[in-house]
Write a protein that binds this ligand. Structure first.
Ligand SMILES: C[S@@+](CC[C@H](N)C(=O)[O-])C[C@H]1O[C@@H](n2cnc3c(N)ncnc32)[C@H](O)[C@@H]1O
Ligand code: SF4
Length: 375
């Protein structure tokens, strides 16, 4: 029997952060939120097969921005249409500027068992510069509420290479967060996305971001500090206490199947990849008219599936298991990708060690060069 991951996309935010180009937008129109949620629920209702589900991830945007009754409606519909297994991991992303105790209690009551909090930095000046709606103090209040309600699986999102951030800031942020003892920390290097307000301000010289060399130093400092405090570095940008790795993300990196609901969500099932359109009005109208919202429908060949398995596998710090690859594809990856592997080994970007092929320390800094070999 198949076990699926489910992703739900909530594209609304109280205010758009300056660096963000996710499919998410500032919206105060309650009617639009309601129409979107009802449309999204209808797409869940259209699923005909009752499949086993082992992870649910409610992301965005800011799922905690909308009324909690909508989250409950989505969860109830998922439980009606799928067999959500007993110890399923159910995550919701929250922003500290959009939280009250009643929301967190409702999430807990309806079976959410993992909370992912967007913080980015503990420095209020930096938070202000990047357009966050909250302070570090507000984050601390949120964290307290989340703990008090009973959650023990909590992720905190932090960012590296933010405007005017230096290594001292990173060290201080990590010390402050480690004290709280979250089970999971995600650390993303800033991607200066085209067309964002932050990109404009950096290009105009209004804000300065650290050089690539400093960014690499920040990354390795972070890795060292988190590892020496009991966090396992298990994916390029993710650290977890033992047994608290994100099951949902591991599913994706292990090329397991998942279904996405809502605008701009992706699905991977039966060797096919699908994407939904990202226009919210069109999405709602299509659902209301009984039309499809899928824009890409790509069937994988065996070769593209193997290449993708390598690319996703390199994201994990343990890398690709040779025996697992052989079991899945009935061929040895060291033979099938002998030219790529030998080139990358010579460049000291990857290493082969007993059953694993993985990024080296240099490979962690230049992972894109490794991924390019498997496109
Ligand atoms: C959907 S948001 C998390 C929940 C909530 N919307 C929030 O921001 O508090 C996902 C995370 O992606 C990261 N992120 C977003 N844009 C990024 C960018 N341009 N570069 C690096 N990380 C980014 C941030 O760490 C953010 O917390
Ligand atoms: S980082 Fe989060 S809160 Fe900020 S705009 Fe993106 S999705 Fe919204």
């Amino acid at each position: 029997m198949k076990k699926l991951g489910i992703y739900i996309h909530i594209p609304f935010c109280l205010k758009k952060c300056k660096y963000c180009d996710f499919v998410s937008f500032q919206n105060k129109n309650k009617k639009l939120i309601e129409r979107y949620i009802l449309a999204l629920i209808k797409t869940i209702d259209n699923v005909s097969e009752r499949l086993d589900v082992n992870t649910i991830y409610i992301g965005g945007g800011t799922p905690s921005y909308i009324d909690e009754k909508y989250i409950v409606m989505i969860l109830e519909k998922l439980k009606e249409k799928f067999n959500v297994i007993e110890d399923a991991e159910i995550t919701i992303e929250i922003n500290p500027g959009t939280i009250n105790e009643s929301k967190i209690e409702t999430y807990y009551k309806y079976g959410i068992n993992r909370i992912s909090i967007g913080l980015q930095s503990t420095k209020n000046e930096i938070l202000k510069k990047i357009g966050r709606i909250h302070t570090f103090e507000k984050f601390l209040e949120t964290y307290e509420i989340v703990k008090k309600v009973g959650f023990n699986n909590i992720n905190v999102d932090l960012m590296l290479a933010l405007p005017n951030q230096d290594i001292k800031d990173i060290k201080e942020s990590l010390t402050q967060i480690i004290k709280l003892n979250p089970s999971h920390i995600s650390l993303y290097s800033l991607i200066l996305e085209e067309g964002t307000e932050l990109e404009k301000e950096v290009n105009q010289g209004i804000l300065n971001i650290p050089s690539e060399e400093i960014e690499r130093q920040m990354y390795h400092t972070t890795k060292r500090i988190l590892e020496s405090n009991g966090y396992k570095h298990y994916e390029i940008s993710n650290f977890a206490k033992e047994n608290f790795e994100s099951k949902h993300n591991l599913n994706c990196w292990n090329q397991e199947e998942y279904l996405g609901f809502g605008i701009a969500s992706h699905s991977y099932i039966d060797n096919k990849r699908f994407s939904n359109i990202d226009n919210i009005e069109k999405f709602i109208n299509n659902v209301e008219d009984g039309k499809n919202n899928v824009i890409i429908n790509e069937k994988q060949t065996k070769e593209s599936k193997m290449k993708e398995y390598m690319m996703l596998g390199f994201r994990k710090i343990e890398g690709i298991s040779i025996s697992e690859f052989e079991r899945k594809f009935i061929i040895n990856p060291l033979f099938y990708f002998r030219f790529e592997i030998s080139k990358l080994e010579k460049e000291k970007l990857i290493e082969v060690d007993l059953d694993n092929i993985r990024l080296t320390k240099k490979g962690l800094d230049f992972a894109n060069m490794v991924f390019e070999e498997f496109v």
